[in-house]
Write a protein that binds this ligand. Structure first.
Ligand code: C5J
Length: 219
């Protein structure tokens, strides 16, 4: 199969490709979570849910591997460096009690993936303490054991956890493609810049394409 993509078409084998949905968790998308405590307008991110849901449904129908990630820390915060917790001047810090439970802590209501994209049996759910999904998670080994060589990306936020993970994937030898309408930032100009820099210089980090190109390839 091949996706019409930029900077040039992206060939992939469904059996060797995973759809990776980054951090579509209540902490980032709904009022009262980490995103809002940092002063962001979380409504911007909600807009990508229908397109991401459509891809998820099609990918499931084709039997493709799905990986969901959550930015999530242990309740004792032993995996949250003080530098991360102390950064900025938020209303609430990681680990503090917010309207949806403790901010960015595993098992709390706000840390769950939004209902519209909830994982189903057989899908991988990766809790990650960093911005990149390969850091301290074993994700690379898990994907290698399944023979995965190609990754399709959706999720939030484009220039932080999505781009960081794509760069980590690139250095580990994966061919990655970002679905442009399935990713968003609290800062639209950062999304635009991240999309450009990913596909610049002959796909230096990876490819980008609208989700309709993937859906067309899947048929
Ligand atoms: C951020 C993320 N932006 N998932 N996390 O802190 O991009």
């Amino acid at each position: 199969m091949q996706i019409e993509a930029a900077p040039f078409p992206y060939p992939f084998d469904l059996q060797k490709t995973a759809f990776v949905i980054i951090d579509m968790q209540r902490d980032f998308i709904e009022p009262g979570g980490f995103g809002e405590t940092l002063g962001n307008n979380v409504q911007l991110l909600e807009a990508i849910v229908p397109a991401t849901q459509a891809v998820l449904q099609a990918w499931r129908q084709h039997g493709g591997l799905v990986v969901h990630t959550r930015e999530a820390h242990k309740p004792d915060l032993s995996d949250c460096p003080p530098a991360k917790r102390g950064r900025g001047n938020p209303k609430l810090r990681i680990g503090d009690e917010g309207p949806m439970g403790r901010i960015l802590v595993m098992g709390e209501p706000g840390n769950q993936i939004i209902d519209a994209l909830a994982p189903i049996d057989g899908e991988l759910v990766i809790d990650k303490p960093g911005k990149g999904a390969f850091y301290a998670t074993g994700l690379h080994e898990t994907l290698q054991a399944r023979g995965i060589t190609h990754l399709l990306f959706a999720g939030v936020t484009t220039e932080v956890c999505v781009q960081t993970t794509m760069r980590e994937a690139n250095d580990r030898g994966y061919d990655s493609l970002l679905l442009e309408d399935c990713t968003e930032s609290y800062f639209p100009q950062f999304k635009a810049a991240a999309v450009e820099m990913i596909r610049a210089q002959g796909a230096i980090v990876g490819w980008t394409a609208p989700s309709k190109s993937l859906l067309a390839a899947l048929g």
